[in-house]
Design a protein around this ligand. Sequence first.
Ligand code: NAD
Length: 354
Amino acid sequence: MDLFSRIADSEHEQVLFGYDAASGLRAIVAIHSTQLGPALGGTRFYPYADEGDALADALRLSRAMTAKAAAAGLDLGGGKAVIIGDPRRIKSERLIRAFARQVHSLGGRYITAEDVGTSTADIDLMRRDTPHVVGLSTALGGSGDPSPATAIGVVHAMRAVAERLWDNDDLGGRHIVVAGVGKVGSALARALAEAGARVTVANRTPGVAERLAGEIGADVVPFAGSHATTCDLFAPCALGGVLDAVSIGQLRCRAVVGSANNQLSSPAMARLIEQRGIAYGPDFVVNAGGLINAAEERTGYDGARAAAAVATIRQTTRSVLERAEREHLTSADAALRLAEDRIAAITAIRPPRT
Ligand code: NAD
């Protein structure tokens, strides 16, 4: 199928292809929806095999951002950008600023942030050519790295799940396995250890989990098979697609609540998890802390106000779990309905905003 047919099928509002000859910039900005406000989503800088793969990723990720922002109650739509290439080889000031000018040409319909392959320093650089960025460094008055806020949001979601399972939101003494201790997973493991949980960590690259475990007094298990550890909560914090028919059959936890995007290998997996009597905190609700925190920059960043906004994840998770039970839905479907209902309700009271 040609690229434009795929875009038409994906029901996106707009897709921009950006090019700069001198720096080698080849970028795609996908705006899925601006129904609730400007489309916000990070820029992924990745060595895609070809333009088709890059487009597929941009379309998939931007759609998920629409649901994430809507479920979080933000006045934001969904978008995402990808830059094609290996950032370690081709990233340069010229390329980043040429990309920023492409973002600027959209007149604020799309707001970018950091993602895989881009950093706070890149966002600071983009700010020189466009105001349509969030996730600036704290030195520039921004919110900085979103990962700590994402981790705190996961803790709030875990408390909501704990309340449902045990009528008690105290994570003290609960056994929690954090699979993937990168930026979010390590911050999560630390926060859980501080909350008195019994933490087990796992990481694909050797040494990383062991070092963290030594610091916080956690146990370590091999990454492969970590999902099969007997525990109270399993927190996938590495790559997406980890919950498939095989891994779900091996889960030995009461609930899955983690930061990884797109945890279910397909939507049908949500039902499979629940058939096993395991609760699931929908990823785009659970991991919205970084987005909520960065979005606070739009009205002048204030750490205390941002922390209060991130804490709303607890109530959102609670509402999703209650709705799922009430309407006999999976929690993943209940979360999607929450997002769709909000888009419909707000769209009905005002014309689409850009
Ligand atoms: P990171 O790059 O700091 O860490 C990535 C983790 O994934 C590491 O533990 C790494 O070992 C592991 N990993 C990488 N490739 C792997 C592979 N092939 N197999 C197994 N493990 C692999 O990323 P992060 O910012 O900590 O994000 C972790 C997850 O949370 C990602 O799915 C990300 O999309 C999601 N997320 C992050 C944020 C944020 O604020 N950073 C927000 C929302 C969602």
